[in-house]
Design a protein around this ligand. Structure first.
Ligand code: COA
Length: 196
């Protein structure tokens, strides 16, 4: 999560813009649910996020404390999507030190029952509309090679803004104490206002 790694990666490895792939939206997509409210996260949301991730089963589950802490320190760059029945998605992000033109998405999740309906894309759009992102021109996330939904989410986001999505080496497997896929940095931008 350190900013200098990004810089190093840019210097040491080939920088490959990811071509815009064929859009799944060329197929008929179900409408984005209208009863969802998107609001900034507070530390009181941390426990619910932790449960959400545990139940989703796909995302890497971190300590509950990490979710509470992220919302406490980075509440102006974290969002909850909810209906009257509870949380249906969230995004935890922050602006890394010494990289104030970038918002780094640490974790994003959408409830199974509303996936594939534009909620993930809308969370990213709403994230960029937050005051904490007022100087942001790049959106970054670290993604493993097996996480196709996530790769497609960031590519689709880039396509909608008509900007490039670059894939850079970020954290090799050896950085982790246990078996772990390498993490690649997806860098979307430069973003131009007003948003797409
Ligand atoms: C990744 C995730 C957040 C996307 O949210 P979503 O609301 O389903 O995404 P959207 O409906 O906004 O779709 C956005 C793009 O993602 C892609 N996508 C979404 N679900 C996908 C799937 N299951 N397989 C392949 N691509 C998928 C599509 O390309 C879509 O763009 P397009 O149809 O406009 O081309 C959601 O699938 C999720 O929570 N997955 C499990 C957790 C996870 O992997 N999180 C990311 C790691 S931090």
């Amino acid at each position: 999560m350190n900013a200098p790694v990004t810089t190093k990666a840019t210097q040491l490895f080939d920088v490959a813009p990811i071509p815009h792939s064929r859009s799944r939206s060329q197929h008929k997509r179900r409408e984005r649910p209208k009863d969802i409210i998107y609001r900034p996260a507070t530390p009181a949301d941390g426990a619910e996020m932790w449960k959400f991730v545990r139940e989703a089963g796909v995302l890497e589950l971190n300590q509950a404390y990490a979710y509470v802490l992220m919302c406490q320190h980075f509440g102006n760059t974290c969002l909850v999507a909810e209906t009257d029945d509870g949380m249906v998605g969230f995004v935890l992000a922050y602006v890394p030190p010494r990289q104030d033109d970038t918002v780094f998405v640490w974790q994003i999740g959408v409830a199974r029952e509303v996936r594939g309906r534009g909620v993930g894309l809308h969370l990213l759009r709403q994230l960029l509309a937050l005051d904490g992102c007022r100087n942001v021109r790049y959106l970054e996330a670290s993604v493993t090679p097996s996480n196709k939904p996530s790769q497609n989410l960031f590519r689709a986001f880039a396509r909608k803004w008509d900007v490039s999505c670059r894939k850079l080496p970020f954290f090799p497997s050896e950085f982790f104490p246990e078996t772990h896929e390498p993490e690649y940095l997806y860098r979307v931008g430069p973003l131009h206002w007003p948003s797409a």
